[in-house]
Design a protein around this ligand. Structure first.
Ligand code: ZN
Length: 294
């Protein structure tokens, strides 16, 4: 059975000074990951102390008063994650999501074509680390958004099990090799992960002194609207697949804990037609070239 763990400390800095605000786990995620469906509280239940209406799965938004990380208190176990991301955006996923979020199926058709900003990512990475010849896209789905896929040898590691696009090669976990890649990409993955520190430490195992790591997380609209402080957490009322909202200090603290140093960062606009749709990209290396890591 899929299960959850409730976070009791900050997943970025380890701090224990947390504030909690009640929120809702969106029904698509609750249903697909955990099998929890909304329930209608009807008149004929004759409940004295419940109001009628639909009850959704409740959760808490947690806020770290130290590094300002904003996150869902529920942390899914491996089985819940496998349920959620199996055949990601495949037929069954799309059907259930469209049931709870009408119109999703149509939006998804656009997502499968890939994002249009990979050239900006390549320019950013190439400006700091020229000559990338081998790339591991960790959590890279089908590889459709993998940087340098038309110029470099691209490997994809992903739990979704989707077919990869032409020009990319899927690797199993056993096939991953330390130091075999000029660039490891961890793009739009950290915000989904129940334990971002463990994930980053795992990725670091495949880096050596010559490897660059490109991290990308969404530049959350919530922070643009409310700033990177407690106001943002107070106004985070629902949680979907993105269970971690990284502020700049929280990301820095997380990187430092994992022995990573940021070389450069950039805010990139995903779609020029919607200029507030942005991502934060950070290029890193192991601190001290990885001496002592491994
Ligand atoms: Zn923190």
């Amino acid at each position: 059975m899929a299960s959850i763990h409730i976070a009791d400390r900050c997943l970025c800095c380890g701090g224990e000074q947390l504030s909690a605000f009640p929120a809702v786990l969106m029904p698509f995620v609750a249903h697909r990951a955990l099998g929890w469906q909304p329930v209608r509280i009807a008149e004929d239940w004759q409940m004295a102390h419940l109001q009628t209406g639909i009850a959704y799965s409740v959760c808490n938004t947690l806020y770290c008063r130290d590094c300002h990380f904003v996150f869902l208190d529920m942390r899914f176990d491996g089985e819940a994650m496998a349920n959620l991301y199996r055949d990601y955006r495949g037929d069954e996923y799309v059907a259930l999501r469209d049931h709870y979020e009408p119109g999703y199926a149509q939006r998804n058709a656009g997502l499968l074509d890939g994002m249009g900003y990979v050239d900006k990512v390549e320019d950013f990475i190439g400006g700091v680390a020229p000559g990338i010849a081998t790339v591991l896209d960790y959590g890279g789905d089908t590889g459709i958004n993998s940087p340098f896929r038309h110029r470099a040898e691209v490997f994809v590691y992903d739990i979704s099990g989707c077919e990869v696009v032409d020009g990319a090669r899927r690797l199993s976990r056993d096939e991953l090799r330390r130091g075999a890649y000029d660039l490891i990409v961890l793009s739009n993955v950290l915000e989904h992960d129940p334990d971002p520190e463990r994930l980053l430490r795992e990725v670091c195992r495949y880096m050596d002194g010559g490897t660059h790591l490109y991290l990308e997380v969404p530049a959350e609209q919530l922070f643009m609207r409310f700033g990177e402080g407690m106001d943002a957490a107070r106004n985070k009322h629902h949680w979907h697949e993105h269970i971690n909202f990284f502020t700049r200090p929280s990301l820095q603290r997380l990187l430092a804990r994992c022995g990573l140093a940021a070389l450069a960062s950039a805010t990139l606009v995903i779609d020029e037609a919607r200029p507030n749709l942005q991502v934060v990209g950070v290029l890193c290396r192991l601190v001290g070239g990885g001496a002592g890591n491994g």
